[in-house]
Design a protein around this ligand. Structure first.
Ligand code: SF4
Length: 353
């Protein structure tokens, strides 16, 4: 009964790939590997990972009395449009449309509210991405996909182009693997791991953030550098960033399981807010007061003006477009010290072209 209700609520909200498992702590060795990774500083400046490490492999730490863990997927793939003729910065696919925290979060919250209304003596909590829980580790255990060498969960139908959402519950649900509607296509239906000799994701990473299979140095990842890292990016790493101004899709684009996957049907993602390419001349002239008008509801708001303009300075240097020099010279006088320093570095790089 409760299991049917959960399936129906997920279906009504367009949540795919429902997987349910009993809540359990992970074996100690998982936590040891994670703590070693932290001690090596691979998480960069993401200090929250240290602060919440205790809860990463303990769902009961997040929801006391937790008995079931519910995972859903939300596919976001769209083909890349033609690049503009003018120098432009690239945005990772997940950020072209409406912020997934909002789009998926509101659906998860509606499921939680409905469950809460029906089972008022139980507790439910939902997250998407913004959780200390090792959600990819658990989603793999729940059967939602397998862990690729690029450290992402690969789903049999959607590749790695999907968001994960989860609900923790004190109400017990029956364990459940994703149903057939999520297994209808492509090679991934027949395999549960990466092909033996494949290292396309590792080879494609220009910053060498993928150190070896399943091990990432997040502090070198372009996604981290363009979105989370708040300082000036040094010349060596900056050169490797290419034209990315928000996130990066390189390791996903090369993965064989990510070819020929269905496009998302979610309106919020299809109606672009940030968009796939941002003209560098527009980004370089972005003012604080333009942010809301230009990016409201988009994940790009997270980077704020400082990081978007900083990243545009880097992309401008990497583009070799000398006609962007006048804008960079204005930015080197910017009141924001990060932008000013990054613009100075970009000018030096461009003048050396
Ligand atoms: S590119 Fe190859 S090695 Fe990397 S995740 Fe995909 S299948 Fe696995």
């Amino acid at each position: 009964m409760v299991d049917d209700e959960l399936r129906e609520l997920a279906r009504q909200e367009g949540l795919k790939c429902l997987a349910v498992m009993d809540a359990r702590s992970a074996p100690e060795k998982e936590e040891e590997v994670f703590r070693q990774w932290l001690s090596q500083g691979r998480h960069g400046t993401m200090k929250w990972m240290e602060r919440h490490a205790e809860m990463r492999y303990r769902p009961q730490g997040l929801l006391p009395g937790c008995r079931s863990m519910i995972f859903v997927g939300f596919n976001y793939y769209q083909p890349l449009p033609r690049a503009p003729d003018k120098p432009a910065g690239r945005v990772a696919r997940y950020a072209w449309g409406r912020d997934y925290h909002k789009e998926l979060g509101k659906r998860l919250r509606r499921v939680v509210r409905a469950l809460q209304g029906r089972y008022p003596h139980h507790h439910f909590r939902s997250w998407t991405d913004a959780t200390p829980l090792a959600e990819r580790y658990y989603a793999e255990l729940a059967g939602l996909g397998f862990s690729g060498r690029n450290n992402l969960i690969i789903h049999r139908r959607f590749g790695s182009w999907f968001f994960l959402g989860e609900i923790l519950s004190t109400l017990k649900f029956r364990e459940h693997r994703p149903s057939r509607d999520c297994s209808s296509s492509a090679t991934a239906t027949r395999t549960r791991t990466c092909p033996d000799r494949c290292s396309r994701c590792i080879d494609s990473c220009p910053t060498r953030a993928l150190m070896e299979p399943h091990r990432i140095d997040a502090s070198r990842c372009i996604s981290y550098l363009t979105i989370e890292y708040q300082g000036v990016i040094g010349p060596d790493l900056a050169r490797s960033l290419g034209d990315w101004v928000f996130g990066c899709d390189l390791c996903q684009e090369r993965c064989p399981f990510n070819q020929g996957v269905p496009s998302t049907g979610i309106e919020g993602f299809l109606q672009h807010r940030g968009g796939s390419f941002l003209l560098l001349r527009d980004l370089l002239s972005l003012r604080e007061e333009d942010m809301l008008a230009r990016f409201a509801g988009s994940p790009l708001m997270r980077a704020g003006r400082t990081r978007l303009v900083r990243n545009a300075c880097i992309a401008a240097a990497n583009s070799g477009a000398l006609d962007l020099l006048p804008q960079l010279r204005v930015l080197r006088e910017d009141a924001d010290e990060i932008i000013a320093a990054q613009a100075e570095q970009a000018i030096t790089a461009l003048e050396g072209y």
